[in-house]
Design a protein around this ligand. Sequence first.
Ligand SMILES: Cc1ncc(COP(=O)(O)O)c(C=O)c1O
Length: 399
Amino acid sequence: MSELYLKDEDYIANTYTRVHLEPKYGEGSYLIDINNERYLDMYSGISVSLAGHSEKSIIEAIIEQSNKYIHLSNNFICRPAVELAEILVKNTFAQKVFFTNSGTEANETAIKIARKYGKSRGKTKILSAYNSFHGRTMGSLSLTAQEKYQESFKPLLENVEYFEFNNADDLEEKLSDEVSAVFIELVQGEGGVVLADKPFFEKLSILSEKYDFLIVIDEIQTGLGRTGKFLACEHFDIKPDIVTVAKGLGGGLPIGAALLGNKCKDILSKGEHGSTFAPNPVASAAGLAVLKIILKDSFLNDINRKSEYIISNLRKIKNSHPDIINDVRGIGLMIGIDVGEFAQLIKEKAFKNKLLLNTTANKIIRLLPALNISYEEIDRFIEIFSHIIFEINFDLLKL
Ligand SMILES: Cc1ncc(COP(=O)(O)O)c(C=O)c1O
């Protein structure tokens, strides 16, 4: 282990599992380590580096803005933030934006809006789905209905209840006039790349009118082109009241946002919510560069074509090795490969082959590549991945 790894263990709180690679720099879909080895990165900082590593236009935007001002207090208007909000509003259902520094803070904002919306209506409850992930601060964690994240930190926020994802009957059973908001992901990313059902969302819409609750969609992982639409909710016939985004919004710099629909745009009033840092001007300028790339003609269509190409190739590998691959599923460039007990082994073998894979829910290889990954890079991934599966199959046959 290098000296830096030992210092990392000594000086940084031990909450993350480290990959044994010390990056020197990033370049598109590759991370290059201090020994100049090139690793194909198939999860792009868990969906943060949407335009790949070290994208030139993002770097230029960061430098240009840094030369003007790096921080402004919220007493001043901030040009890049206003422009970023305008683009977000003009390209979504939203009418206003509240900026944050992270995904969990965007969800905390939505929780406060839900509480305030409920207050005048006698609504005190918030619902979220089992197996969800909404962040790690206490409010978002209270909505993250997974015991492994919550158990050490109870008691959590009061008046939060859970329903089964994609189960409209269970949702309806938990609903009452006391519910102010339902928080939901369209693909449960941390939960194992589990896709939402269209009929469930149709029912959710109908129920929101019947019980007058806010629909809050957490698109921190699915938003900003990841699923082949600017927001994943555009795949569904649903009108959200709030959508939260973050991850790649700042091209790697920390910025998130709660996108607010008509019902929610003016719920919070002056002084009721805020942040010292958000919206950071440099992150906002980087965000403008990111959105310029994502909203370019044909960029989203290309994502859909690449998605079909990856999924069809993976399904071919699955069909030849059904004992190793249980399922391949996904939408856009958010793809889950259910490999059951082989997940860790595949990840380790991939690393030895200079391929960086992310696993989730213990059994899913989760692909979240840069949205501008090339076909050549995809082919390289498929080649290494199929070789690994072939090797594991070979070892199994020997047993
Ligand atoms: C769906 C979802 N919600 C919320 C979060 C929390 O975002 P952050 O880590 O920026 O606080 C994440 C992070 O992985 C996420 O995937």
